[in-house]
Design a protein. Structure first.
Lengths: 379, 387
């Protein structure tokens, strides 16, 4: 895994990013094959070339949209409002529906290229419907000050799940949106504590306010994580595929442990790497200065060492980012995926024998939009 | 000690036999199957026998593995002619035999749709090129004309802060703006001398940044920035005035506003392409420079010729610009080193020649842009800052 991530990241940098389609494909093949429900691995059969093609198609379409729209927004924002904030905000708002659309399309592509027991998964078309609903639910959530967030989580998950297929068999998202509230409480509690801290601050009680604020921030973040992990559990448990049921049991503390430990390891490695890089750069710079000791400062600054310095800086920059990405994969993404999968049980798999193959979903543009908009950042 | 060699006569050796899981790609049923390798005249064949005695034959030369598998104890195999079928082999001996005897196990299926990839690559390049180099500049040029002065000033203020931050070593210690009182007065004198000859919708705002770079630039909204290094490198006030006139030329032609609008459009498009991977920011920056450089050639020439006229009508010989450039060239060479900024400019030699040629049009009396005392004040504009 480490080698796969490292080799493909280095190739990605060397090819100015073009290899990233191969990198994604290979990493997905690895992750999918590592998941073996009933002893049989999942298989990812997507092709890098189709990702490249999809990306090119998306670029042709989006380049026009983003280039021209950004320019006009910038102009309007400066001529009417004398500031660029409005332009950034508006151009972000303009991209949001495209973002939801792209996410759904990417999911459809990935499912269409995933197989288990020789059968394809699939997602029925409906990306614009999804984008519209996502916008609507986000507006409702914001208008309700976040109180209807669980409703959005549930409704969007139901929209996606009910359109997901394994072979000829259709998934179904059961349950009700209200069932997510119990796991939503810690997050709200965290926010309440934060509000309390603000009140104390306004009231002039500075020390208690800072303490309460600290506790509030920690509680809110933990609450958010708890909601993410446990709403996944509740939603999975309420899903069915024909006679097949799911029983998921991820633990919030374990997930937090993985994040904490993973980030700690990544952090330590990166600091170590930074020191090593500085040492190497320092010794090179030292020898360069030694060789040019007779020349005056100005000449040195304009001479070759500037180019060497720039090249070295670029190399260190790449080394740094490549290592960071690789370590993230090894110490965070993989353990997280492992935990979710290990705690997932499938019940009633005997009923699967009647499931038949579904037709191939050609899907020319693959996940190009998500790729171009940088949404599928992980894998 | 070697074991005895056994020579069998009669029937052939019993072929290797093992069990595996077979997926036919039509249903989710897992078939437990028996595997043997049969020797045929066309080459060895993997014979897969299902529970109902149905038989699937895959020639070994058609076998392919699925790459990048996590499970090292499983070998997942498919056949070229049955791309949906899968055999999952766990038996180590069978895995060894199959790996040893299948010649094309690692071969990947041929790439389909090369022509389409090629066509779309060209289309993507063409559309990005068209947008970045034609559409966005054309729109920026048009829109820059309509940008109201207030909007242009706001754009300039934003850009100035960005540039100042980029030059600073850290956020807590921004590059200082030089504001020695006497120096400011001298600068103002020079500025109003040139400004009187022009017609701008907003007042110029000229300031000096405490930085050793030999450079100057104009920003939208009439903001002109000189660096301390430039004033230090100049030997006469006329040379500074010449550079100032050049930057005023940019302001009059609205080049900075164009550039800012242009980069607003093209950065988004380029971010689209390079955004995702580690070096994105670096590549983005280099491409951005490239775009800047190509657009600047004609803009620089126009600003130069504006500067010549402005200097002449102000009674300052345009040759000062030539003197200054010549000194820079003698010191740093043409187009490299610290003069990196001038990469965006037409060849220095050409510009020097044009400035000298313009000098012959000088008719009125020569009036130095600053008196000797004022010149000393200007040189000290960064001196009296605290710290």
């Amino acid at each position: 895994m480490f080698r796969l991530a490292l080799v493909s990241s280095v190739l990605t940098v060397l090819t100015l990013g073009i290899y990233r389609f191969w990198m994604k494909t290979r990493l997905r093949r690895y992750y999918w094959s590592a998941i073996r429900p009933g002893g049989l691995p999942l298989e990812y059969v997507g092709e890098p070339i189709e990702k490249l093609l999809g990306f090119l198609i998306a670029v042709v379409i989006l380049a026009f949209y983003i280039g021209v729209v950004n320019l006009i927004l910038m102009f309007l924002s400066f001529s009417l409002l004398q500031g660029n904030f409005a332009a950034y905000a508006l151009s972000l708002v303009g991209v949001i529906p495209v973002g939801f659309y792209a996410r759904y399309r990417a999911r459809r592509y990935i499912l269409a290229r995933s197989r288990w027991r020789g059968l394809r998964f699939g997602l029925a078309p409906g990306a614009w419907g999804y984008a519209g609903r996502a916008l609507l639910h986000w507006s409702i959530t914001i208008l309700s000050l976040g109180l209807l967030w669980p409703r959005m989580t549930f409704k969007l998950e139901k929209y996606r799940t009910d359109r997901t297929f394994f072979g000829t068999e259709q998934f179904n998202q059961g349950g009700r949106w209200q069932m997510l509230y119990p796991v939503f409480v810690p997050f709200v509690a965290g926010l309440v504590v934060l509000g309390l801290a603000l009140g104390l601050w306004a009231g002039g009680f500075l020390v208690p306010a800072v303490l309460a604020g600290l506790a509030g921030v920690i509680a809110t973040l933990l609450g958010l994580l708890h909601y993410k992990v446990q709403s996944f559990r509740l939603l999975s448990n309420a899903k069915t595929l024909g006679n097949i049921g799911f029983s998921s049991n991820p633990r919030t503390w374990r997930v937090m442990g993985i994040y904490t430990f993973g980030n700690l390891v990544v952090g330590i490695c990166m600091v170590g790497l930074a020191f090593a890089l500085f040492a190497v750069l320092g010794s090179i710079a030292g020898s360069a200065v030694g060789g040019l000791g007779e020349l005056d400062l100005e000449e040195m600054a304009t001479g070759i060492p500037v180019w060497i310095g720039t090249a070295l800086a670029l190399i260190s920059y790449f080394v740094f980012f490549v290592s960071w990405g690789v370590l993230q994969q090894v110490f965070i993404t993989l353990p997280l995926a492992r935990h979710y999968v290990e705690t997932l049980k499938i019940t009633g798999a005997e009923g699967l024998s009647s499931v038949r193959q579904r037709d191939r979903d050609e899907f020319t543009e693959a996940e190009g939009f998500a790729e171009a908009l940088d949404l599928g950042a992980a894998i | 000690m070697m074991g005895p060699t056994v020579i069998r006569v009669g029937e052939t050796v019993a072929p290797h036999q093992a069990f595996a899981d077979y997926l036919d790609g039509r249903s989710a049923v897992i078939h437990r199957v028996a595997l043997t390798i049969a020797e045929a005249s066309s080459g060895p064949i993997l014979v897969v026998t299902l529970a109902d005695d149905q038989v699937v034959r895959w020639p070994l030369r058609d076998l392919r593995t699925i790459p990048d598998q996590a499970g090292k104890n499983q070998l997942v195999i498919t056949s070229k002619d049955a791309p949906l079928g899968r055999l999952i082999v766990e038996d180590a001996e069978t895995q060894r035999l199959l790996k040893a005897r299948s010649p094309n196990l690692r071969q990947r299926p041929p790439v389909r749709g090369r022509g389409r990839i090629f066509a779309w690559s060209i289309a993507a390049l063409a559309s990005v090129g068209l947008i970045v180099f034609v559409l966005v500049p054309a729109m920026a040029d048009q829109l820059a004309e309509y940008l109201p002065p207030d909007g242009e000033k706001a754009l300039g203020d934003t850009t100035f802060e960005q540039i100042r931050n980029a030059l600073s070593e850290n956020e807590f210690n921004p590059v200082k703006i030089c504001e020695d009182r006497a120096g400011m007065a001298a600068l103002e004198q020079m500025q109003s001398r040139l400004e009187d000859e022009t017609d701008l919708p907003y007042p110029l705002s000229v300031l000096v940044l405490d930085h050793e770079m030999v450079n100057a630039f104009a920003l939208p909204g009439g903001r002109i920035v000189l660096f301390r290094g430039l004033i230090k490198a100049a030997e006469t006030p006329d040379e500074v005035a010449a550079v100032l006139a050049h930057e005023i030329g940019h302001v009059v032609n609205r080049d900075p506003a164009r550039g800012a609008l242009r980069s607003a459009g093209s950065i988004g498009v380029l971010g689209l392409i390079f955004g995702d991977f580690a070096g994105g920011a670096a590549v983005l920056f280099m491409v951005e420079r490239l775009i800047d450089a190509t657009y600047s050639q004609s803009a620089e020439a126009a600003a130069d010729s504006f500067a010549h006229d402005l200097l002449i009508s102000g009674g300052i010989p345009p040759a000062a610009l030539a003197d200054f450039f010549e000194r820079l060239r003698a010191r740093y060479g043409d187009q490299d080193g610290i003069v990196a900024h001038f990469m965006a400019h037409p060849g220095l030699g050409d510009r020097i020649a044009k400035a000298r040629a313009a000098n012959s049009r000088m008719v009125g009396a020569i009036r130095p842009s600053l008196g000797e005392l004022d010149w000393q004040d200007l040189r000290g504009i960064c001196a009296n800052d605290e710290g």
